[in-house]
Design a protein around this ligand. Structure first.
Ligand SMILES: Nc1nc2c(ncn2[C@@H]2O[C@H](COP(=O)(O)OP(=O)(O)O)[C@@H](O)[C@H]2O)c(=O)[nH]1
Ligand SMILES: [Mg+2]
Length: 455
């Protein structure tokens, strides 16, 4: 049986490092370790969960391959719930490669990507949601991303799905009782299911709508720098990124295309986008640039509207204001290092607050970043911090919710119990796909091939 054999892999990343970790999982892990590892101090039996110092030796060859630390974790108290041996060798490719090939010659095979985690799932230690989160944890680039993935791993999302599943199962059991014993006086009324199913719908909707936020955290949020020409938009991009990313010149209309880069603000990934200044275009390239900005405006999460403090408020500024109206934005008055001409009453009269900055002199940028963060996260944080970040989960939840809504309709219409039961069963099927109670090889393949080897 392919899945029951013993697998091995280098679990630390390639390249030079202090330690290289080689992992072996399966029922031969113990015997392989005994065969190839010679502890410095012979202590009789190899006790599990004790770290031993010793040498890796090839049978029949007295020269050690490496000096290592080794530990055995016995099933089921291990990552995979199988016997696991871990060897901490010297970092660097050669030592690890030699040890790994010795382990293969001793009867293990090379692990597929994610196969250790797949075994943890198949052996029931974690559910599919948790298995998937392992990859998200490894790939996290920001604290927020990590926090979301860690919530998954700790079972916070699984728990919510289980509560929903339980409610649906109970309703299904009662519905089936009504189908199976129509004559008998079964003490259930389907109207009583309604509040329960409506609550289920609500809970599912909350999870589904958390996806947008979860996705935003995983993929980053878009922040667009907008304003008329020459107010210092490109200078602001450069100052925020602390590099000369965009071309800055005193010539109005320098920026034609959108220029974007990633910035991290308090652990949030922000894609910051510099744009062409909004004005009556002087040529067709600029015209296209401005058209693109206007197209992009409704798609962004936040706009920084830049005004030139050394200039008076103009009609062109008002055009920008019109273009961004109805979207989330903050106002930044730039060039405060110069004598000020901006009539801030104009801004105040629109009920807006502004932040004073100088992109050229790095003034007020921390306050601006804080304000961006607060605007981006303010409303989101309140939504609660258990977020769906995975499109597979979102889609399965949507399908399940459709079924529940149809079941509710059936109850309200006094339809046959068979119809209600059908919808409930379908809903359970979709929910089971999320946690992995019902899965296909395709789903597993899709999930685990994205993993790295050795995890
Ligand atoms: N004194 C001063 N000049 C600035 C400041 N920010 C930008 N500039 C200048 O304003 C001009 C236009 O800047 P740029 O970033 O290209 O503006 P954009 O057209 O809005 O992208 C350049 O000459 C910049 O050096 C600032 O904070 N203070
Ligand atoms: Mg520019």
């Amino acid at each position: 049986m392919e899945d029951a054999d013993t697998i091995c892999a280098i679990s630390s990343p390639p390249g030079e490092g202090g330690i290289g970790i080689i992992r072996v999982s399966g029922n031969k892990a113990h015997s392989i370790l005994k065969q190839i590892f010679r502890p410095r101090k012979e202590r009789g039996n190899f006790s599990p969960r004790v770290l031993y110092l010793g040498d890796i030796v090839e049978p029949g060859n007295s020269t050690p391959l490496d000096e290592v630390l080794a530990v055995l974790m016995e099933a089921p108290h291990s990552y995979t719930r199988e016997d696991i041996a871990e060897i901490y060798a010297h970092g660097g490719y050669i030592a690890q490669k030699n040890i790994l090939s010795l382990i293969v010659r001793s009867g293990a095979r090379l692990a597929e990507p994610g196969e250790f985690t797949k075994r943890a799932f198949l052996n029931g230690r974690i559910d599919l949601l948790q298995a998937e989160s392992v990859l998200d944890i490894i790939q996290s680039e920001t604290d927020e991303e990590f926090r979301c993935a860690f919530n998954y791993l700790k079972g916070a999302i699984s728990k919510k799905i289980h509560t929903i599943q339980k409610a649906v199962r109970t309703t299904l059991a009662h519905t089936e009782a009504l189908i199976d014993f129509p004559e008998e006086d079964v003490d259930v009324k389907e109207e009583e299911f309604l509040p329960l199913l409506e609550k289920v719908c609500e809970d599912m909707e909350a999870l589904i709508s958390s996806y947008e936020e979860g996705r935003a955290i995983k993929q980053g949020l878009d922040v667009l720098i907008a304003g008329k020409t020459n107010v210092g938009k490109s200078s602001l991009l450069n100052a925020l990124l602390a590099q000369e990313r965009a071309i800055v010149t005193p010539v109005p209309g320098t920026t034609r295309d959108m220029i974007e880069d990633t910035l991290y603000i308090n652990g949030i990934k922000v894609k910051i986008i510099d744009t062409a200044g909004i004005r009556a275009p002087s040529d067709i390239v600029e015209q296209e640039g401005i058209a693109r900005v206007k197209q992009k405006i409704p798609e962004t999460d936040l706009i920084i509207w830049v005004l030139d403090g050394a200039d008076s408020y103009s009609e062109e500024d008002d055009d920008v204001c019109q273009a961004i109206r109805g979207n989330h934005f903050i106002v930044a008055v730039n060039k405060i290092d110069l004598p000020q001409k901006m009539d801030t009453k104009e801004i105040a009269s629109k009920g807006l607050k502004w932040i004073e900055i100088s992109a050229l002199n790095n003034l007020g940028l921390e306050r601006l970043k804080e304000s961006v963060y607060a605007k981006l996260m303010g409303s989101r944080r309140k939504a609660g911090n258990k977020l769906i970040t995975n499109v597979r989960h979102r889609n399965a939840l949507s399908e399940a919710k459709d079924n529940i809504e149809r079941a509710i309709e059936c109850i309200k219409n006094n339809d046959s119990h068979e119809f209600i039961a059908f919808e409930l069963r379908e809903a359970l099927q979709h929910l089971g796909e999320i946690t992995g109670e019902t899965f296909t090889d395709d789903i597993l393949h899709e999930i685990f091939t994205k993993f790295c080897i050795g995890k």
